[in-house]
Structure formats: C-alpha cells, structure tokens
Design a protein around this ligand. Structure first.
Ligand code: MLT
Ligand code: ZN
Length: 473
C-alpha cells in the first residue's frame, strides 16, 4: 500500500499545534498505536499523527489546512468498527472527535437532542432515559462507540426489527465537507421536501465525504417492561418459522440468533446455559410485556412452536436482571471470540430470502472450512447474519486472511444471486472493499466516485476506504 502524506514534515505538525493546541496534536508511538486502529486488529496502525480538535471551528480549519497541504485525514470515533474504516495504517492524520463529546441541546416537545459527534452512545441513551425517553439504536459497544462513528457507518445493532437503523434517528447533521465547508443539514425537521437530502449521504459515508461534527437525534418513548425469551432450535429454518409466528402476536423489539458453538465461547467466560437442552441454534426474542400481560400469549406461542418441532426448549425472563443475563448470551459473543482474530462476515438479504440463502451457504461453508471453527450469530430478524471464521492458533494471519478471502468470493457470489449486501451494518472500510462490486454494480460505483469528487476533490478524506476514488489522495 502506498504511504500517504509523503510531504509532511515537522513543520506540518507545528502548523497544526498552532491552532489545535500543543497537547492535542500527538505523534508519540502510544497515541499512534491506539488511535490508528479499530477493533479489526488486522492492519498494523501507522498514522503520521493524531489530532484532537475541540470545536467545529478547529475541525474546519484543520480541513482547510489539510487541503492546502494535501494531507490525508482519517476521522475517528470510538474505533469499535469491524471493517477497518477508521484504521490509519498509511501515514494518515487521525482526527479524533473524542473531546467534542457534549450534549448541546434537548427539547421535550421535539423529543430530540443535539450532541457533538464524539458523544458516547451510552451517554446519549442515559441522557434520554433520565428524561423519560429512549434512544433505541443499541449494540454491545455502546460504552465506547461514538454517535459520529455510528452515523458514519449507519450502525444497526440489536433493536433494528422494531426501530430501524441509525439513519432513521438522525434528523439533523452538521458536517465539515472535504472541501472545508460547514453544512447544517435538515436542522431537526421531521418533514422537509426541499430537494436532495444531503444528510443521508453522510450517513454511512465512513468518513470519505467529510467530518460529522454535530447531530440531532430523534428520541421515542421507552420500551414497556420488556421480557426476553431464549429458545433452543434444532435447525436454522425453524428460527425463521418461529420469527413469523412471534412477530404476528408479540410486540417484538429484537429477534436474534446464535449457534451452539458461539454460545460455548460465552459460557467459557463464565455465563450459564439458559436451560439444560443443547440445540444447534438459539433464538432470542425481546418483547414488550407490561405487567406481564403478554406472558400467556408468549407461552402459548412457545407451545405451538414446540408442537411444530421448531423448538426444543426455552427460558423466559422473570425480572429485568434475568432479561439482562439472557441478553448477555448473545451480546457477549463478539468480545468472547475476539482473541481468535475472527474473519468477520456481516451479510444481509431480504428476510424472505434468508432460508434459501442459508441452504446455499451452509453447505458451502461446511465444504470450504472443514478445518476452521465457523460461528453463526446475528440479527436474523433483519436478514443480517454474522458468520465468523476463527483463526487456528498456529496459522499465520496472512495465510488465514487469504483463505477466507477466497471463500468470500464464493459466498458473496451466492449472496449476489439472492440480491443481498456484503455488509449489513459493519460497513465496507478496508476489509470489504475488494468485494463491493458484489453489491453495487460498476455504474453505481461510478456515481459514488462522482459524489466523492464533489465533496472531497483533493481526496483527503479517508482515502482508500469503501472504494478507490481515483483522486489525487
Ligand atoms: C454483533 O452483532 O455482535 C456485532 O455486530 C459485532 C459482531 O458482529 O461481532
Ligand atoms: Zn451485529
């Protein structure tokens, strides 16, 4: 990979220190190692420096400065991403938004808040809860992921079946474009039919068009006393049948699944089986159950699904604490397997296509990975499957990545036949870039490149992520 910012000198950093402050421009090895990587851990971090601006004005000045000197920038949130979009491994300057982490405004009538891009997801969720409201975009990395990063990847998570993705909750955005212009997009409006909605271009743009500096987010009422059920399922198709049965009768707020091998990893970390029966797969359903009113319906559905042979056992939470414990069986999987350097697939198809896709790729994965541990889990209620391949201890990372890459081509070809996406929620970044054409055809990628040129003509914004833009950077 070509190294970026070849012309940068000590003067370049001094110039940055002059307007960002000496303590907020860092070039020490530790800062570079921490801020240069995300949770993929695949690319050795190697940024030129890390800058931590403290205001919108400083971000804007930084982008102007970078344009004048043709400096490549990598916008950086909580770096919990899983596709390498926030990685700086080619001498880029990392722009961390972590100092810009305040909630700036709240309006109970609008039911919305405005925050700086570096606000932590959980801080926003807690802020809303303390005011009797709810920010429903939720996932296991809530304690460190930042709102700006969530928007830049259109983060999904565990409540999408009910609430949709990050995109559905962003009613306003302030961004500094790659040209250095400040755009104030949509300003919290619910309705706005005044032409192209540029806000949505920035949602999922992975830092390639500019830097998100502020966001206005919609809030909603909290869930009413949710209960959680974990169900033991003999085969994957049964999960979809259960989903169809439950969603007609219960107010579902989540429908997730995981396999027995995935469960074993969290059990090794000290969690307990939800019930004695071992089944190849498990479904987790969360539903509103105020004053236990939905419990009888849930139990009747359970019986009905058991009679059909779709499930073999199950457990239902009796308290908030039990609901949390059941959730951990699913939510802790990602962290519990991180030591095995998993190769992550984050694929999506329309819900109706899930059974046919599973049929096709199940066999493919068994044939292609007889010697690897393959773990299935994810947000099956959204048509989103995470298929994780664990690296055998003795295998070189490069060899492992090469073997997985070869299988990806075949997996994605199958996905393409089913009209799916190579990334449901993790983004393209670096890891999925070689496969983008399985989801977007050349004509469409041409339009993406053209949009990139408008917002970032010098190619300074996160170069080499999502696609190669063919720009100077
Ligand atoms: C999850 O659903 O657990 C997250 O997307 C993280 C992962 O896929 O490992
Ligand atoms: Zn996920």
């Amino acid at each position: 990979m070509t190294r970026l910012n070849p012309g940068a000198t000590a003067d370049t950093l001094d110039g940055l220190r002059a307007f960002i402050g000496p303590d907020h421009v860092r070039a020490d090895a530790e800062s570079k190692a921490i801020y240069g990587r995300d949770w993929t851990r695949l690319y050795p971090p190697d940024p030129l420096a890390v800058v931590l601006p403290g205001s919108v004005e400083q971000v804007q000045r930084l982008v102007h400065y970078a344009n004048e000197r043709r400096l490549a920038l990598v916008p950086s949130g909580g770096r919990t991403g899983l596709s390498g979009a926030a990685v700086a491994c080619r001498g880029e300057i990392v722009v961390s938004l972590e100092r810009m982490n305040r909630i700036l405004d709240f309006d109970p009538v609008d039911r919305s808040l405005t925050c700086q891009a570096g606000a932590i997801t959980e801080t926003v969720q807690t802020f809303a809860r303390e005011r009797g409201l709810y920010y429903p975009v939720d996932f296991a990395s809530r304690g460190s992921s930042q709102i700006g990063g969530n928007i830049a990847t259109n983060a999904g998570g565990i409540k999408v079946v009910r609430y949709g993705l990050t995109r559905d909750w962003v009613t306003g955005l302030k961004v500094i474009t790659g040209r250095g212009d400040l755009l104030d997009l949509n300003r919290g409006l619910i309705k706005n039919a005044s032409g192209y909605d540029l806000r949505h271009l920035f949602v999922g743009s992975e830092g390639t068009l500019g830097i998100i500096v502020e966001a206005t987010l919609k809030l909603t009422r909290p869930l009413r006393e949710p209960s959680v059920m974990v169900l033991g399922v003999p085969d994957l198709n049964g999960i979809m049948a259960i989903y169809a049965a439950l969603r007609g009768k219960l107010d579902l707020s989540a429908f997730e699944f995981f396999s027995e091998p995935a469960l074993r990893h969290v059990l090794k970390k000290g969690l307990h089986r939800p019930f004695d029966t071992e089944t190849p797969y498990y479904a987790l359903a969360e539903f509103e159950n105020p004053a236990g009113q939905a419990t009888d319906e849930a139990l009747a559905l359970f019986e009905g699904c058991a009679e059909q042979g779709w499930l073999a056992d199950g457990a239902i939470s009796q308290s908030e604490q039990q609901a949390k414990e059941l959730w951990r069986l699913r939510e802790d999987i990602s962290e519990s397997i991180s030591e095995h350097q998993p190769y992550k697939n984050d694929i999506a198809v329309r819900i109706s296509r899930v059974p046919a896709l599973l049929e096709e790729i199940g066999g493919l994965l068994e044939r292609e990975y007889p010697d690897f541990e393959v773990l299935w889990y994810g947000h099956i209620g959204d048509g989103n499957l995470h298929i994780n391949i664990l690296k055998p201890k003795e295998m070189e990372t490069a060899t492992f990545a090469e073997r997985c890459g070869a299988v990806s081509e075949r997996l994605f070809a199958a996905l393409q036949r089913h009209g799916g996406s190579i990334s449901a929620e993790h983004g393209v970044g670096l890891t999925k870039k070689p496969y983008l054409h399985y989801t977007r055809d050349d004509t469409e990628i041409g339009y993406l490149r053209a949009i990139k040129r408008v917002f970032d003509p010098n190619g300074i914004m996160n170069p080499g992520k999502i696609f190669d833009a063919g720009l100077p950077g």
